[in-house]
Structures are given as structure tokens and as C-alpha cells.
Ligand binder design. Structure first.
Ligand SMILES: [Zn+2]
Length: 288
């Protein structure tokens, strides 16, 4: 069993804190890159700034999702968990549009000239340091909270780190009179913009259509159940995502005929699973 023992309120607070931090980091990165790109005249850096804006949109939808998820409106008795995925779906299209705009400007628009190399280098240097530290911190948090979605985001931030290095090469190439190097750098950035847009889109659609939760989570639950002496037989383990939460459905045979005993046992089993995998919001068990 991975992860430290945190109770539900602590997990909620921790998730909100990470999401808020993520929004702040992406906003800072977008500002540094776009302002740096405009002052220095670097198309690659500006393009990367737009990429950070798309990351900002994604992290903002996660934050909004966490805040709204627990609010139960009268007409939405199952909670508003999927608002996050709906926001993500819309932002995916905004990201595709941004990627298209950058590609059009750089490949078919007026060529930009680097007028201030130090500003560009400083902006990229800051980006490299921030993304490096942030992806390490996020990875640590992902392990602590046993969260695959945080882990995926940490990997994404790591790719942002490498993108910044590509941009640096492009900027220097352009400055030394080889604009083609910058065009290649921009192409790499545009690829990553479309890639993250695509990831967000596919993820959102899957969740909205109630695709299964990841196999790692299902396997982890199976392992927990297999260690239980009270379980006679595991008939089914199923799950769906909503926002950044997981809902699990179990079908088990328990080794008791007393309904009261079975009920008490299942209740503590559900708590055990939620404790082991903090992203699990609810476990619903059918038992006989
Ligand atoms: Zn990114």
C-alpha cells in the first residue's frame, strides 16, 4: 500500500492546495514567456507562452472541478463532479485554436527578429528552473496521494522542461542568423500544444462517457480484497471517473449470513479502500 495516511478533509485540502499551486505556476510561466517573447522578439518563446496558457486552462479546470465537485445541487443529486471534464473539453478546443494560430503566424506570417537576446535567455532560464522544481515537487505529491492524474501532470511538466530547452536552441539559432532552427523549435512547441490538447480532449470524453477507471486502481483494489478473510468470492470490481474522483462498484460474497455483520464489515472495507486510494470518492458494494 502506497501513500501516507491522510483523512478525507486533509486530502481535499491537499488537492485544492496542489491545484491552486498549479494554476499559479502555469500563470507565472505564461507571463514570463509571453512578456519575454514580446520584449525579445522571439516567436518560439511567445509560442511556448501560449502553450503555458493552455496548461493554465487545464489546471484551472481541475481547480474549478475540485471546488464545485462537492456542491450538490437539487437537480444534480450525484454531485457536479463532471463539471471539471466539461470545462476541460471546452478548453481543449481553445488549445487547438491557439496551436493553429501560432503555426499560421510563424510559418506564413511576417518573420520575427530577436532584438533582445538576454531577455529571452533569462526568461527561458527561469522557465527551466521553475518547471524542473515543480515537476519534482508534483511527483512527490503524486506518490504521497497515490494519484495517477497528478503523476501524469508531473510528466507533462517534465516535457515542458524539455520544450524550454528546445526553445533555447531555437532562440540562439535565430539570433545567429539561422531562422530555420527557430522554425523547427516552434514546430516542436506546436506539436506539444496539439498533444496536450488531444490528451485533455480524449480524457474528458472518456470520463464523460463513463469509461473504466485505470487498471492500476482496479488491480490495487483487487489486491486489497484478496487479503480479506471475510470475502468468500469476488464477483466484480468496476469503476468510473468523474472529475478527478473515482467511484468504485464491488460485487462480493461475504462469509456470514448475518445481514448486520455483513453490513458492518462492508462499511469498514469501503473505508479501507478509500483510505488506501485517496482518489476514490465512493465505494458502493453489492454483497450477499
Ligand atoms: Zn505544458
Amino acid at each position: 500500500m502506497k501513500g501516507t495516511k491522510l483523512d478525507r478533509t486533509q486530502i481535499y485540502k491537499e488537492k485544492k492546495k496542489i491545484a491552486l499551486f498549479s494554476v499559479t505556476v502555469n500563470a507565472t510561466l505564461a507571463l514570463i514567456k509571453i512578456i519575454g517573447g514580446m520584449i525579445s522578439g522571439s516567436a518560439a518563446l511567445t509560442a511556448d507562452g501560449i502553450h503555458s496558457l493552455s496548461d493554465l486552462a487545464a489546471s484551472f479546470s481541475v481547480l474549478a472541478g475540485i471546488i464545485i465537485a462537492n456542491k450538490k445541487a437539487k437537480d444534480f443529486p450525484m454531485g457536479l463532479y463532471k463539471v471539471e471534464n466539461l470545462v476541460a473539453l471546452i478548453s481543449a478546443f481553445a488549445i487547438f485554436f491557439a496551436g493553429y494560430e501560432i503555426a499560421r503566424d510563424v510559418f506564413f506570417g511576417e518573420p520575427m527578429k530577436i532584438t533582445n537576446l538576454p531577455v529571452a535567455v533569462i526568461a527561458i532560464g527561469l522557465t527551466v528552473v521553475i518547471t524542473f522544481l515543480y515537476s519534482r515537487w508534483e511527483k512527490k505529491k503524486a506518490i504521497e496521494l497515490n494519484s495517477p492524474s497528478l503523476m501524469a501532470d508531473a510528466e507533462h511538466v517534465k516535457s515542458d522542461f524539455f520544450t524550454a530547452l528546445v526553445v533555447l536552441v531555437g532562440v540562439i539559432g535565430q539570433y545567429m542568423g539561422h531562422p530555420v532552427i527557430e522554425k523547427i523549435a516552434v514546430a516542436v512547441v506546436v506539436y506539444f500544444i496539439f498533444h496536450s490538447g488531444w490528451e485533455i480532449l480524449v480524457d474528458a470524453i472518456k470520463v464523460l462517457l463513463d469509461a473504466s477507471v485505470d487498471h492500476e486502481t482496479l488491480d490495487e483494489i483487487r489486491k486489497i480484497l484478496e487479503k480479506e478473510d471475510m470475502i468468500e468470492k469476488i464477483n466484480d470490481i468496476r469503476g468510473r471517473n468523474a472529475g478527478s474522483y473515482k467511484f468504485i462498484y464491488l460485487d462480493i460474497d461475504v462469509k456470514t449470513d448475518s445481514i448486520k455483520e455483513a453490513h458492518a464489515y462492508v462499511h469498514q472495507l469501503e473505508e479501507k479502500i478509500k483510505q488506501a486510494i485517496p482518489e476514490v470518492e465512493r465505494v458502493i458494494t453489492h454483497y450477499e
